[in-house]
Design a binder for this molecule. Structure first.
Ligand code: NAD
Length: 355
């Protein structure tokens, strides 16, 4: 297969971790007989330095021309004094909205080798945790009408969803559940919110019509936030609207305890997607060859799976990471004070395990 990938290394540790993901992707391409062409795009602080804005129209156009985007991270103290609409992080919003990415996948898994890093008790996570938060990304209260009354003493934010917006993301959740353990939990607040009641109606109807093989249940968001720390094994795929997903996906990430290990994907209806680690640009460790590249390497694996349907190749990346860990290799952030390898060495070891 021929793949056109746009690379957005960004700032801080971004270029280092993207380099290691490319190393692993190149190895996958050579072992499995694919060809990958890359185009590097400036976005974030690096774009502010060169062009005065976090994302140029040309950069967005280049991203649109690719089959998928792999992003490192943007931002850093150098640009902290930039005004709100010129901050590096605006590049992320510009890419997400400019590329029409309405669906966010955030897997949260606890590797048995790293279970000590989880803040949860051993008995809660002893059977492992492996869940996927599917969050609606372009609707709901974050994008609804907002405003103040005349004297500024009252404010409102409108939460609005259409059936069509709910259906398209629900399909993504059901399809991904079919590739996992076949279970979707719709998280909402249907006892209070009308939008939540529309979600329940729409998701139930879709499940009955097209996804009767997938188990569907419902949970109120307050209960879901408790269950995530009490019994995270109860979840396979969590489907939810934008604001609830924002909060729950961070909570789910925290229970793994390893921010350098968590990947994400932002998708739209076709196969195009943007893939990135969930962490930021880690300016405190930039340029020291100690960043953990695994979240970005796993993001590249998600790209192969969701944008190119290369499941075998994506599995090879997941196995190479597992083998790195089970053989006792660690990067500094997950070494618990023990021995560790640098960013580039970690990339090389994982590359060497792709088969
Ligand atoms: P951060 O995720 O960059 O760092 C938080 C902590 O985790 C730091 O101690 C950092 O060293 C560590 N860390 C993060 N990634 C790591 C990795 N791969 N390996 C080892 N350790 C890692 O969050 P922050 O410090 O709040 O933000 C730093 C900058 O990143 C800010 O400018 C912020 O706006 C930006 N940011 C960008 C994104 C993005 O590009 N998607 C996301 C979050 C934050």
């Amino acid at each position: 297969m021929e793949m056109k990938i746009a690379l957005v290394p960004g700032d801080g540790i971004g270029p280092d971790i993207v380099r290691e993901a490319v190393r692993v992707l190149d190895r996958v391409a050579s072992v499995y007989g694919h060809s990958i062409s890359y185009r590097t795009i400036d976005a974030g602080g690096v774009s502010i330095d060169k062009y005065g804005i976090p994302l140029t129209d040309d950069a967005l156009e280049s991203a649109k021309e690719a089959d998928a985007v792999l992003l490192g991270a943007v931002g850093g103290p150098k640009w902290d004094s930039c005004p709100g609409n010129k901050r590096p992080e605006r590049a992320l919003l510009g890419l997400r909205s400019g590329l029409g990415l309405f669906c966010n996948f955030r897997p949260a898994a606890i590797y048995p080798e790293l279970s000590d890093a989880s803040p949860l008790k051993k008995e809660i996570i002893s059977d492992g945790v492996d869940l996927l938060v599917v969050r609606e990304l372009t609707g709901g209260i974050y994008f609804g009408e907002k405003g103040r009354n005349d004297d500024g003493t009252e404010a409102f934010d409108m939460m609005r969803y259409s059936k069509q917006e709910i259906e398209r993301i629900s399909r993504k959740a059901f399809e991904s559940a079919r590739k996992r353990r076949g279970h979707v939990t719709l998280v909402d607040k249907a006892n209070v919110l009308e939008t939540s009641r529309l979600w329940r109606e729409t998701v139930s109807a879709l499940a009955a019509k097209e996804y009767s093989d997938v188990e569907l249940d419902f949970m109120y968001v307050d209960n879901a936030s408790m269950q995530l720390v009490r019994n995270p094994r109860a979840f396979d795929v969590i489907l939810t609207e934008n604001m609830f997903g924002d909060i729950l996906s961070d909570e789910a990430s925290m229970i793994t305890g390893s921010i350098g290990m968590l990947a994400s994907a932002s998708l739209r209806e076709d196969r195009f997607g943007m893939y990135e680690p969930i962490h930021g640009s880690a300016p405190d460790i930039a340029g020291q060859n100690i960043a953990n590249p695994i979240a970005t390497i796993l993001s590249a694996g998600m790209m192969l799976r969701y944008s190119f349907s290369l499941d075998k190749e994506a599995d090879a990346i997941d196995s190479a990471v597992r083998s790195f860990l089970s053989d006792g290799y660690r990067t500094k952030d997950i070494a618990s004070g023990g021995e560790w390898v640098g960013t580039d060495e970690a990339g090389k070891i994982i590359e060497g395990r792709i088969s």
